[in-house]
Design a protein around this ligand. Structure first.
Ligand code: GTP
Ligand code: MG
Length: 540
């Protein structure tokens, strides 16, 4: 079992508005997908390695992003945790039976994401006692005694010295029915782009909140990452949230029900305003990541008399996630690529099933490719379906001709490649309370694309509090607004300089929702509502 870490970019990040009830993005998701259930199953040890070479920035990345990328010195990092023997390749039948879930750990800096992720690996038998003892010693030497559990996920020297995750840590464990990949995102505001990359690969988020006195408050207030991470996660396709109220063991908390209730009561309206259905999409529970309480087994009544709910493993095991269409057209946004006797494309399949021997199209450069091999984690497989993180070896295209953000697509019904689109935007917080008008420039983050964009026209402002306005069918045409302010919901036209492969949110939510960021701050989240006619890249 090894943990691989990778960095992408570092810029600094924003504060978010406590949105009032805004457009519920989740509703549309729910309408368009079925739900799959997962029966509870024991954790089984898995040993494997994900080889992820450094991500090369697309040529058209924003300069700032590029320079930050260099600053971070992309490196592949691997740490051996346990000498478990590789599990045998599963048979075809078993392979089909098991679903794969990516779980991203998000939340404010120091909330305990790495500690909880590390504990989860320890409790599922991925880390042996000797390794933990070694980490305890190392943490002590660095005067970071309480960080030893986080060292399981935080593998590089910088992270261990500072006690902060920088790169998204990745580790695996599996249950009888599910293979889990944990993605441990950094909480620090400087590394929001890394968090975005982690969250864009995940279906489920574990939002870690510190219950410690003052810490919940700092994370939740404007400028804290609790809010920003939630809003980004929703926009990036994380459909379910497990909210763990962590550090319940801490002396200022001591498993107090009042503190837990206070946090839940404050979080729920915010989660709703971010588009999560609090009843269907969100699950709260108290834990101690450091001590490992209410994680693998339910908390002892002697420790916490009032908790009757499930433990973390039970929740993860039973989580239901939207089913993507295995028979739909193939869409795999490419997050990385490298050469290995052919061109290897890495990404998550968002729709359709890729099979060995398939003829596919890389868009937008319309390169016809043939699938030579498919790998899920380290295992070779003949086919892979939606939700899988895969590496696909193809012939027919040179590695140099591919940029991250390109999309591997079916030949019939290929992905749209456009220079412009109409979007419905929720303005979160503009820099210095600027006004939002035509000519506004921002960095567009949509699936694995990072691209400079410009708002060229404001089409309509939507008053989400008016029922009529919220329903596009009942909405009456209005005069085009010249500008809008913080908190507004507006339909506008967005242009980019390079062809980008995107879809209408209604057709493929994962390829149709995005964030706009300026100077390292998320200023808006949005969804694609109209594209040029098929085959056209502009509306004109
Ligand atoms: P970043 O990666 O920097 O965003 O932080 P993180 O969320 O990964 O937090 P990390 O796991 O590094 O933990 C931060 C500090 O909180 C460490 O000192 C941990 O020991 C402590 N901590 C984490 N979980 C718990 C817990 O359940 N109880 C107590 N008492 N302390 C905890
Ligand atoms: Mg961390």
């Amino acid at each position: 079992m090894e943990v691989v870490e990778r960095a992408e970019t570092a810029v600094h990040s924003p504060a978010l508005l406590d949105g009032e009830d805004v457009n519920d993005w989740s509703k549309e998701d729910e309408d368009s997908v079925e739900e799959a259930t997962l029966p509870a199953a024991p954790i089984v040890v898995e040993s494997e390695r994900v080889d992820s070479p450094p991500l090369e920035p697309a040529q058209h990345f924003h300069e700032e992003v590029e320079s930050n990328l260099q600053e971070l010195q992309l490196e592949k990092k691997e740490v051996k945790l346990l000498g478990h023997e590789e599990l045998q390749d599963p048979g075809e039948k078993e392979e089909e039976k098991k679903r794969h879930l990516n779980v991203v750990f998000i939340g404010h800096v120091d909330a305990g994401k790495s500690t909880t992720g590390g504990q989860l690996l320890l409790l599922s038998g991925q880390v042996d006692d000797r390794t933990i003892q070694k980490y305890e010693k190392e943490a002590k030497e660095k005067n970071r005694e309480s960080w030893y559990m986080a060292y399981i996920m935080d593998t590089n020297e910088e992270e261990r010295i500072k006690g902060k995750t920088v790169e998204v840590g990745r580790a695996h464990f599996e249950t009888e029915n599910t293979r889990f990949t944990i993605l441990d995102a950094p909480g620090h505001k400087s590394y929001v782009p890394n968090m975005i990359s982690g969250a864009s690969q995940a279906d489920v988020g574990v939002l870690v909140i510190s219950a410690r006195k003052g810490e919940f408050e700092t994370g939740y207030e404007k400028g804290g990452q609790t809010r920003e991470h939630v809003q980004l996660a929703k926009t990036l396709g994380v459909s379910k949230l497990v909210v763990v109220v962590n550090k319940m063991d801490e002396p200022t908390v001591n498993w107090a029900k009042e503190r837990y209730d206070e946090i839940e009561t404050k979080m729920i309206p915010f989660l709703k305003s971010s588009g999560y259905n609090a009843r269907k999409d969100v699950h709260f529970l108290p834990i101690s990541g450091l001590v490992g309480i209410n994680m693998a087994s339910r908390v002892d009544k002697k420790v916490c008399s009032w908790w009757d709910g499930p433990c973390l493993f039970e929740v993860l095991d039973s989580i239901e996630i939207p089913l993507r269409d295995p028979k739909g057209p193939i869409r795999m946004p490419i997050i990385d690529k490298y050469k290995d006797m052919g061109t290897v494309l890495m990404g998550k399949i968002e729709s359709g099933t890729i099979q060995e021997g398939d003829s596919l199209l890389v868009m937008p450069n319309k390169a016809n490719v043939k699938v030579l091999a498919i790998f899920c984690d380290e295992k070779k497989t003949r086919r892979a379906g939606p939700g899988e993180n895969v590496r696909v070896k193809v012939s027919g295209v040179e590695e140099e001709d591919i940029l991250s953000g390109f999309v591997l697509s079916s030949v019939v019904n290929p992905v749209n490649a456009v220079f412009e689109f109409n979007a419905q935007l929720q303005i979160l917080e503009l820099l210095d309370n600027a006004i939002f008008t035509a000519g506004y420039k921002a960095i567009l983050h949509i699936h694995s694309i990072v691209e400079e964009s410009e708002i060229v026209e404001l089409i309509e402002e939507i008053d989400v509090k008016k029922k009529k306005d919220a329903d596009p069918k009942k909405r009456k045409p209005k005069r085009k607004p010249l500008f809008v302010k913080n908190g507004a919901v507006v339909v506008c036209r967005v242009q980019v300089n390079n062809l980008i492969c995107i879809e209408n949110f209604a057709d493929f939510p994962q390829l149709g929702r995005f964030t706009l960021r300026t100077e390292g701050k998320t200023i808006a989240v949005g969804k694609v509502v109209a594209l040029p006619a098929p085959g056209n890249s502009t509306f004109a």
